[in-house]
Design a protein around this ligand. Structure first.
Ligand SMILES: NC(=O)c1ccc[n+]([C@@H]2O[C@H](COP(=O)([O-])OP(=O)(O)OC[C@H]3O[C@@H](n4cnc5c(N)ncnc54)[C@H](OP(=O)(O)O)[C@@H]3O)[C@@H](O)[C@H]2O)c1
Length: 245
């Protein structure tokens, strides 16, 4: 079944960017955040008649497919019962701080998406849209078959859910490369060659971490082929988990 309504939980940089691309691609979107639908009125007006705002629980219930674009630290507040039976896209990256970290992630016992799947036990979690920023997503979409079409890695434990998400990525203008299960999704997490930098190219040297993040967020997209995604995933070596600011 192809997605016609995308639910978006978390309508910040990633949620709003994906929603913008989805509306341009002809999908309906239901946006939500922690502050309530009224706080999304400007974004809904900007996106036009294909967009509306709701609570996270309503967005989860009403959508065919749900993007959970919240900070990983908030994943336990995702509406678990309403997401049961749904396919949930997980673009979340682990970013431990001095006040929040997850020992099972620090010890590489789980990937961050396995943690999310554990909370959303009744849902089918598919990891993708985590290794590319919203600016590059809006730059790099291309029609199917375009020679410079960009590919995104995707991981999940349910083959049908992965197919559903690959179809959505196709509708958004991207190819998908299946990297295997959620346990294998570390191959595209922060600190691996596939994470973020292929889609922006080489940053200038000498930047602080904060400057680097700002540079990546503003950089024009660089197309990445499916063959390159496979090559970078195969070259990944598991190191420390998480992006540290
Ligand atoms: N920024 C990037 O370039 C990038 C790229 C790839 C992946 N990611 C990942 O994508 C996720 C979102 O990143 P972002 O940059 O879009 O963050 P962001 O701009 O800070 O937006 C976070 C959104 O999550 C919402 N939120 C927080 N807690 C919530 C809850 N309990 N229920 C519902 N909504 C909640 C916030 O709503 P309120 O504002 O109402 O609190 C906000 O809309 C993160 O996990 C990040 O690691 C980010």
């Amino acid at each position: 079944m192809s997605t016609s309504t995308l639910g978006v939980i978390g309508s910040g940089m990633v949620g709003a960017g994906v929603a913008r691309r989805a509306v341009d691609a002809g999908l309906d979107v239901i946006l939500s955040n922690s502050r309530g639908p009224q706080s999304l009125a400007d974004l809904v007006a900007e996106l036009g008649p294909r967009a509306r705002a709701a609570t996270p629980a309503e967005a989860a219930r009403a959508a065919d497919l749900v993007l959970a674009a919240v900070p990983l630290a908030a994943h336990e507040r995702l509406p678990r019962s309403e997401l049961a039976g749904k396919t949930v896209i997980d673009p979340m990256n682990y970013a431990p701080t001095s006040t929040w970290s997850v020992p099972e992630l620090d010890g590489n016992e789980l990937t961050s998406s396995e943690l999310v799947q554990r909370h959303l036990a009744g849902a089918r979690v598919v990891k993708t849209l985590h290794s590319i920023g919203p600016k590059q997503l809006l730059d790099l979409h291309r029609p199917a078959g375009a020679p410079d079409r960009t590919a995104l890695p995707l991981s999940g434990d349910d083959p049908a859910a992965k197919e559903e998400v690959a179809d959505l990525l196709d509708a958004l203008g991207f190819d998908a490369v299946d990297l295997g299960t959620l346990a294998e999704s570390w191959r595209s997490e922060p600190n691996t060659p596939l994470y973020a930098f292929p889609y922006v190219g080489q940053p200038p040297s000498g930047l602080t971490v904060h400057e680097l993040v700002a540079w990546v967020q503003a950089a024009p997209g660089v197309p990445v082929s499916a063959a390159r995604v496979k090559e970078l995933a195969a070259a990944a070596v598991r190191g420390p988990a998480g992006f540290r600011m």
